[in-house]
Design a protein around this ligand. Structure first.
Ligand code: ATP
Ligand code: ZN
Length: 293
C-alpha cells in the first residue's frame, strides 16, 4: 500500500562540485526547474516540481542510484561502466565528453597496447582497465592510484596509465601520448531500475525526461525560415531531409511561400547549401529555446 503522506519526492543526485556541476545545473534550470544552487546544503527541493536535488561526489552516484537512495542521477558513463552497478541509462545529456585512454610517455617505444605485456599500468579505473586488457589477452599489473595518475610514469610507478582525458591537454603537459581508447563517455541520466519500473514513479520520471529532452533537442536544432519560389518547393523539401516537418506559409506574392523548419545542428550547413541551390532565399536562422517532439 502506498501512503501518499510519506511518499517522498523524486530524488536526483548530481555532482556537488566538479566538471559536471555547472552544465548539470544549467540543464536543469533551462528545463524550468527552480531550485537553490547554494550547495552548502546536502539537498534542495525544487520550488515548481516534486523533485529533491542531492549534491554528492560523482563517485557515489552510481551506487546511490542502484541502491535506491535516490531515484535518478546525472553522472559520467565512465563511472557507470567502471562500477558496474545495476542502473538504467535513460538519456545521454550532451556534455561531459571524455575518453578513457591508454597512454605512455612520449619517448616510449610502445605504439600499441599489446607491447605493454608484462608491464605496470597505473589507473583509477581498475575495473575498466582490467576488462580492456583481459579482452585483448594482455597480461599487465594494474597499480590502483587515486588522483594524479598522469604522474605515475614520471616517478617510475608504471610504464603506462589508463586515464580520462577530454582534450588531451593534461596528458600533453605531462608528456604522455595516447596509445588506444578504451571508451568514450558523456554525462547521462540514470535511474534506479525499481523506481523506473514502478508506475507512479515512472510517470514522474517521464515528466522530467520530457522537459530535459526539450532542452537537449533545442540545443541540437536550429530554427530555419526561408522564402521559396512555389515551383521550387518540392525540390526544397526533397533536398533538405534534415528538416523536421516543415511548415509552409503562403505569402502575399502567390508565386512565393515561406518555409519554417527545425534543422539538426550537425546537418545544418549541408542543409543550408542544399536549400540555396534548390532556390531558397532570405534564409533566416535562429536558436530554439525548447523543442518538444
Ligand atoms: P568528485 O569530487 O565529485 O569525486 P572528481 O574530481 O572525481 O569529482 P571530476 O574531475 O569533476 O571528478 O570529473 C567528473 C566527470 O567529468 C568525470 O567522471 C567524467 O565523466 C567527466 N569529465 C569530462 N572531462 C573530463 C576530463 N578531462 N577529465 C576527467 N573527467 C572528465
Ligand atoms: Zn569523483
Amino acid at each position: 500500500m502506498t501512503d501518499n503522506r510519506t511518499r517522498h519526492n523524486l530524488r536526483l543526485a548530481i555532482q556537488k562540485e566538479g566538471r559536471l556541476t555547472q552544465q548539470t545545473m544549467s540543464l536543469l534550470h533551462t528545463a524550468g526547474l527552480e531550485f537553490e544552487s547554494y550547495r552548502a546544503q546536502l539537498f534542495v527541493t525544487c520550488r515548481n516540481f516534486d523533485l529533491d536535488v542531492l549534491y554528492v561526489r560523482d563517485d557515489d552516484i552510481p551506487e546511490y542510484v542502484a541502491e535506491g537512495v535516490v531515484d535518478l542521477g546525472i553522472v559520467g558513463q565512465n563511472l557507470v561502466t567502471e562500477y558496474g552497478f545495476d542502473v538504467r541509462d535513460l538519456h545521454p545529456l550532451g556534455f561531459g565528453y571524455c575518453k578513457l585512454v591508454v597512454a605512455v610517455v612520449d619517448e616510449s617505444d610502445v605504439l600499441a597496447s599489446h607491447q605493454l605485456e608484462g608491464g605496470k599500468v597505473a589507473t583509477s579505473y581498475p575495473n575498466s582497465a582490467r576488462r580492456y586488457f583481459d579482452s585483448l589477452g594482455i597480461n599487465v599489473t594494474l597499480i590502483p592510484v587515486r588522483g594524479s595518475v598522469e604522474l605515475a610514469p614520471a616517478i617510475g610507478v608504471a610504464t603506462a596509465v589508463v586515464e580520462l582525458t577530454a582534450t588531451g591537454g593534461t596528458l600533453r603537459i605531462n608528456d604522455l601520448r595516447v596509445v588506444d581508447t578504451i571508451l568514450s563517455s558523456e554525462a547521462t541520466l540514470v535511474a534506479n531500475p525499481l523506481s523506473y519500473g514502478e508506475p507512479i514513479r515512472r510517470r514522474e520520471i517521464d515528466r522530467l525526461l520530457v522537459r530535459l529532452r526539450a532542452v537537449l533537442n533545442a540545443k541540437t536544432h536550429k530554427y530555419v525560415m526561408m522564402n521559396v519560389p512555389r515551383e521550387a518547393l518540392e525540390r526544397v523539401q526533397q533536398v533538405a531531409p534534415g528538416m523536421k516537418s516543415p511548415t509552409v506559409v503562403p505569402l502575399a506574392d502567390p508565386d512565393w511561400v515561406a518555409v519554417h523548419a527545425a534543422v539538426r545542428e550537425e546537418l545544418f550547413w549541408d542543409v543550408i547549401e542544399a536549400l540555396r541551390s534548390a532556390g531558397a532565399t532570405e534564409i533566416l536562422v535562429s536558436p530554439i529555446e525548447k523543442l518538444i517532439m
